[in-house]
Design a protein. Structure first.
Length: 162
């Protein structure tokens, strides 16, 4: 679990603050001592940070706030650890669909954070847009999905392909 119980997808994806990803070591040749820790941490993450409808929790025990950076990181983490649970790719797809339905706005961007009573509509390039672009790109590359109209600039083609 992350500091103060917040979404720990990035913590699972990185062994320390240097942001060196440890995910490639899952399922490959590496010291076996890490396997139980990764599995246990991921099981907690998967069981506590996702709602039934695909929404991602910021805190393990609360539904709000919804943070788009956590949403993006969860898609990346689920795909990186897809070998630990056969439900990871469908869950990543569910998270993506939820984000497109509830977080994608009329300005063609993702707001940074949604609270129970309001949404912070600031479109941060670094923490919102870039991370969701990475998540969508990762999802597209890591899944067996193909987009029917790859030349379109309409995001609905990607959403419909999911």
């Amino acid at each position: 679990m992350g500091r103060r119980g917040h979404n720990s997808g990035l913590t699972i994806s990185t062994p320390d603050t240097t942001s060196v990803r440890c995910i490639p070591f899952v399922g490959t040749s590496r010291p076996a001592e890490f396997e139980p820790c990764i599995k246990r941490g991921f099981a907690f993450y998967r069981n506590h940070f996702f709602r039934e409808d695909g929404a991602v929790r910021y805190f393990h025990d609360r539904d709000y706030p919804v943070d788009i950076h956590c949403v993006a990181q969860s898609i990346i983490t689920l795909l990186a650890l897809r070998n630990l649970d056969p439900g990871n790719v469908p869950l990543a797809r569910s998270v993506f669909r939820w984000a497109m339905k509830y977080m994608w706005d009329d300005r063609a961007s993702f707001p940074i954070r949604s609270f129970r009573s309001y949404t912070n509509q600031i479109s941060y390039m670094r923490w919102a847009q870039a991370w969701m672009l990475l998540a969508m790109s990762t999802f597209l590359c890591e899944s067996d999905m193909t987009v029917i109209h790859p030349r379109t600039h309409d995001s609905t083609a990607f959403v419909q392909a999911c």
